[in-house]
Ligand binder design. Structure first.
Ligand SMILES: [Ca+2]
Ligand SMILES: [Ca+2]
Ligand SMILES: [Ca+2]
Length: 126
């Protein structure tokens, strides 16, 4: 969670600009792997993954209250995950809940446990 909060604001601003452009298409990230691999080394490490998740939160948090409501994620790739992520079932997703979920998500995708997700692993992740 702390790691999640330390995302620099500069990066967040960049993410917003990128998101605004991507919104033309129904899927905001046609290739999520490339979007997450910010240094383009063919692997997504933990920092890159957390940054990517933070971008998604910014993208969906349209009223900028730092939480995601069910309505805000209605356009998400898989809105049914809302209940899974909403650990305390208060019908809003806070950063802590999202970070906990994405932490698990990262471990699941990192099939060989080397701490980075390569392109092959990203295909088998979900
Ligand atoms: Ca990378
Ligand atoms: Ca919100
Ligand atoms: Ca791996």
């Amino acid at each position: 969670m702390n790691k999640f909060m330390r995302i620099p604001f500069g990066m967040a601003a960049l993410a917003l600009a990128a998101s605004a452009m991507a919104q033309v298409t129904p899927d905001p990230a046609p290739d999520r792997f490339d979007a997450a691999d910010t240094n383009h080394d063919g692997k997504v490490d933990r920092a890159e993954y957390d940054g990517f998740v933070a971008e998604l939160v910014l993208l969906y948090d349209t009223d900028r209250d730092g939480k995601l409501s069910r309505a805000e994620v209605a356009t998400a790739r898989d809105p049914s995950k809302f209940d899974v992520i909403d650990a305390n079932h208060d019908a809003s997703l806070v950063l802590g809940e999202i970070a906990a979920y994405s932490d698990n998500d990262f471990k699941v995708m990192d099939a060989n446990g080397d701490g980075v997700i390569d392109r092959e692993e990203s295909k088998h992740g979900k």
